[in-house]
Write a protein that binds this ligand. Structure first.
Ligand SMILES: *[C@@H]1O[C@H](CO)[C@@H](O)[C@H](O)[C@H]1NC(C)=O
Length: 469
């Protein structure tokens, strides 16, 4: 056990020595914007230690800065295709980081992690201290925290840039979720995150609850802090409620996104005699999918309104749950409920959400103070949600009776499904109270989803960076 801790420590010390030697060649300093340049003089390095194409929030920051005439270097891995506007815009340059080495399965995590971190330290330092010109701001996503927070804060000191930390979550709570709360790296990364977290000149958070928490120990952050809520991407839009176009639009979408084996249900989905429920998941342990399966079996025994449940996404536990779904179906526990899985291109996923009757979210926040992006997108498509509610920040996004319903157990979810969707269906049939409630929620979802990123950004980050007043 001692060797397992000492070995990485020696490596880290060695890395630190190399780093200090490297930094003796002091990098150039930021000297202020060119005279008379206004907003176009602001330069920002937007940094995420992740795939740029799968970092929507950092992408939106970059696009917003560029839209106001700022100059952005967007730093991260180039794995999937970045947002097209990032590639086409004249004010954004992508500064790719080399993809980190992958861990061979024969090497334990705790021995491999220091190697990976050292290589990241080297590439980040090289890029931020020498390859790129100094910027007025470095805007860094947290997590991942190691080694970005330390490097970014060091570079800001050396080059006279200001550090802005965008807190999406906490690195140490995620690590505790995947490695176990007692793993030695969990407490190290907690100390690290609390220490370097205090080095920001200003901070952004995804919720008010997170901002409140960061003010308290162990974080004890004293600098200015603003909550900037995520907003849906432009691709998520409700279907126009005008009846003449809405049915044909929905028909075209359903034909495209529903697999042939369920195509027989399309006419009945269109007239609402079959309800379309959508859930998206990354099939990881922090979403307990058995809650949904249990709720569906309970629902199926008490209601006769049929469902098509489409679950989208890829992930490690998918095969496990598919086997459970197959055995429940075979045992006759899911009469009237068909469950399909899919992995859809982004535009098709957005269109599917706009056609559905209810979205389901099983996100269980590891920090208790983040929010699920998928619910933001569902609202963007005008889709009301039933979402797991057992964490502090839940009410900042989902408001009971206004745009969705919260549940903590399968029984509660089954109750919601029965109440909202299990009543009498059919177009033009007398509207039960569940139908009326669902319509209220739908209008609330459309309202919530109509609040978009630009207005949120302009009155928060835009002001701090000096683009808007
Ligand atoms: C890029 O910046 C200029 C000012 O330098 C601005 O006029 C223009 O609108 C920006 N372009 C985009 C696509 O954001």
């Amino acid at each position: 056990m001692a060797a397992m801790v000492i070995y990485p420590l020696i490596l880290c010390a060695f890395g630190l020595a190399v780093l200090i030697a490297y930094l003796v060649l002091i990098p150039s300093k930021y000297k202020g914007p060119p005279a008379g340049s206004g907003g176009s003089g602001v330069s920002v390095h937007v940094l995420v230690l992740g795939d740029i194409g799968r970092s929507p929030r950092m992408t939106y920051h970059a696009l917003s800065i560029a839209k106001h005439g700022g100059k952005v270097n967007l730093i991260g891995y180039l794995e999937t295709a970045p947002h097209p506007d990032v590639l086409s815009g004249p004010n954004i340059t992508i500064a790719p980081l080399p993809t980190p080495p992958r861990r061979p399965s024969s090497i334990p995590f705790i021995l491999f992690a220091p190697f990976k971190v050292l290589s990241q330290v080297y590439h980040l330092t090289h890029l931020l201290a020498y390859a790129l010109p100094p910027a007025q701001w470095i805007l860094v996503q947290n997590p991942p925290s190691i080694p970005t927070l330390a490097i970014a804060s060091l570079i800001c000191r050396l080059r006279g840039s200001k550090l802005m930390i965008d807190w999406h979550n906490y690195g140490w709570t995620i690590l505790a979720g995947t490695r176990g709360a007692n793993h030695p790296l969990v407490s190290i990364s907690k100390l690290y995150e609390c220490y370097f977290g205090r080095h920001g000149a200003s901070h952004l958070t995804v919720t008010h609850a997170m901002a409140r928490q960061l003010r308290q120990p162990p974080y004890s952050i004293a600098q200015p802090m603003l909550a900037v809520h995520d907003r849906p991407a432009a691709i998520f839009q409700p279907i126009s409620p005008v009846a003449s176009t809405s049915t044909s639009t929905r028909h075209a979408i359903l034909n495209r996104v529903i697999a042939p084996e369920n195509a027989d249900l399309i006419p009945r989905i269109l007239d609402h005699s079959v309800r379309l429920v959508v859930s998206s998941t990354s099939w990881t342990p922090d979403e307990d999918f058995s809650i949904l399966l249990d709720a569906l079996t309970q629902y199926a025994t008490s209601s006769s309104v049929p469902f098509l449940v489409i679950i989208t996404g890829k992930g490690p536990q998918k095969a496990h749950y598919l086997a459970r779904i197959a055995s429940l179906t075979k045992a006759g526990r899911l009469p009237n409920v068909r469950i399909a899985t899919a992995f859809l291109p982004f535009p098709d996923y957005a269109a599917l959400l706009a056609c559905a009757d209810l979205g389901i979210c099983l996100h269980m926040s590891s920090s208790g103070v983040d929010l699920p992006m998928k619910v933001v997108d569902m609202f963007g498509a005008g889709l009301p949600v039933a979402a797991y509610s057992g964490y502090e920040s839940f009410g900042e996004l989902v408001r009971e009776g206004e745009n969705g319903c919260g549940f903590e157990t399968a029984e509660e979810l089954a109750g919601i499904l029965g109440r909202l969707l299990g009543g009498e269906g059919g177009s033009g049939s007398g509207s039960g109270s569940g139908r009326a409630e669902l319509e209220v929620l739908r209008r609330g979802a459309v309202r919530e989803g109509s609040r978009r990123w630009d207005e949120e950004w302009d009155r928060t980050v835009g002001r701090v960076m000096g683009f808007t007043s």
